[in-house]
Design a protein around this ligand. Structure first.
Ligand SMILES: [Zn+2]
Length: 56
């Protein structure tokens, strides 16, 4: 039931775009396996905590 964003198909992503964005932004984690980003580690299958580069 609790599918990760990694499991979302392109079709589902396009159909549930708003929901998808709410799970992606603000992205604090990146999936090591799939390269996807998510706002919570539970949305990814192999999450790694990341911080945006502070080059401003
Ligand atoms: Zn993944």
């Amino acid at each position: 039931m609790a599918k990760t964003l990694c499991d979302w198909s392109r079709k589902k992503r396009l159909k549930k775009w708003d929901k998808y964005l709410r799970r992606v932004l603000p992205a604090h984690f990146v999936c090591r396996k799939c390269g996807r980003a998510g706002s919570d580690r539970k949305y990814l299958c192999r999450p790694e905590s990341v911080t945006p580069p502070s080059s401003s």
